[in-house]
Design a protein around this ligand. Structure first.
Ligand code: CO
Length: 292
């Protein structure tokens, strides 16, 4: 407060400057600060995993230079953990309210989730509440997740093929590891695997918490006489599940389970949001929403 009182001239200048900028941009035009994108992810506490988020933000800002870009985490557990580290991350509702308070009237909520599971549907509910009771928000739309529909499913399959490790030979398997869920949308994982296997018998999608689990995938690998398998996250960031459940040294990690069956595992510690091919799918979803 004291600091602000000492600098009234700067504040006055800032007000005049932003008023001039607003006048120049005109009301309701791109770049007038009224259009905002809210990127919503489960979240991660791993600083090294956040490279994926930096990549997404850079790509989104590049594609939509006139929109403000904000973040929200759907995981309360992650938000609490971050808060204890002194880093405030908003829930989707808090972020939307903050954006509205800053004069953003047209909000595009982009779900960065992989499938339309519980997290995504909770987000839909939040967005609907604002649609029914908008307050300052004139327009709010939700897009995503990655596997939102058949078209996105085809794009994701292509993105997977485009980002396979270059050193991988065709007799080596690639096991993509998704999160998995008890929500019916878990079906998207085996559906995507089926699509991938139309072109390549040795690509598999397993899950940490859903179907198929390691026993099912291991049986498939053995059936295909696989001796080497690349383990790749099919999660946006390489966080806890990737570093521990996929590539950890514990006896029940995917790496260890494969090793026990004499299959050499080669883990790749990169979330799919670190690859342009995947972020492009989200950029495209946003673009379609804005064009409507
Ligand atoms: Co989990």
């Amino acid at each position: 407060m004291k600091k602000m009182l000492l600098k009234p001239a700067i504040i006055l200048f800032a007000i005049i400057f932003s008023a001039a900028a607003a006048a120049q941009a005109g009301s309701g035009q791109p770049g007038d600060g009224k259009t905002g994108i809210l990127l919503v992810t489960f979240g991660t506490t791993f600083p090294e995993a956040r490279a994926a988020f930096d990549n997404v933000e850079a790509k989104i800002k590049d594609a939509f230079p006139d929109a403000t870009v904000n973040w929200a985490y759907t995981s309360e557990m992650i938000r609490d953990k971050m808060a204890r580290q002194g880093k405030k991350v908003h829930s989707p509702r808090q972020a939307i309210e903050e954006m509205a308070g800053q004069g953003v009237t047209k909000i595009f909520v982009q779900s960065l989730h992989t499938i339309a599971g519980y997290e995504y549907h909770d987000l839909v509910k939040t967005v609907r509440k604002f649609q029914h009771n908008p307050g300052k928000v004139e327009e709010i739309t939700i897009t995503g997740p990655l596997l939102a529909g058949p078209e996105d499913m085809a794009k994701a399959a292509r993105a997977i093929r485009d980002t396979l490790p270059q050193a991988r030979t065709s007799d080596e398997a690639v096991v993509l590891l998704g999160h998995g869920t008890h929500h019916p949308s878990n079906a998207a994982y085996p559906a995507l695997m089926w699509r991938l296997q139309l072109a390549d018998d040795n690509i598999f999608i397993g899950t940490v918490e859903g179907f198929p689990g390691p026993d099912v995938i291991l049986a498939q690998l053995e059936q295909n006489n696989i001796s080497t398998a690349w383990l790749m996250p099919f999660m946006s960031v390489a966080g806890d599940h990737v570093r521990n459940d996929m590539a950890g040294d514990g006896a029940d990690s995917w790496k260890s389970i494969l090793a026990a069956a004499d299959i050499e595992a080669k883990p790749v510690l990169k979330g799919f949001a670190e690859y342009e091919a995947f972020v492009d799918i989200w950029v495209n979803q946003l673009q379609q929403a804005m064009d409507q």
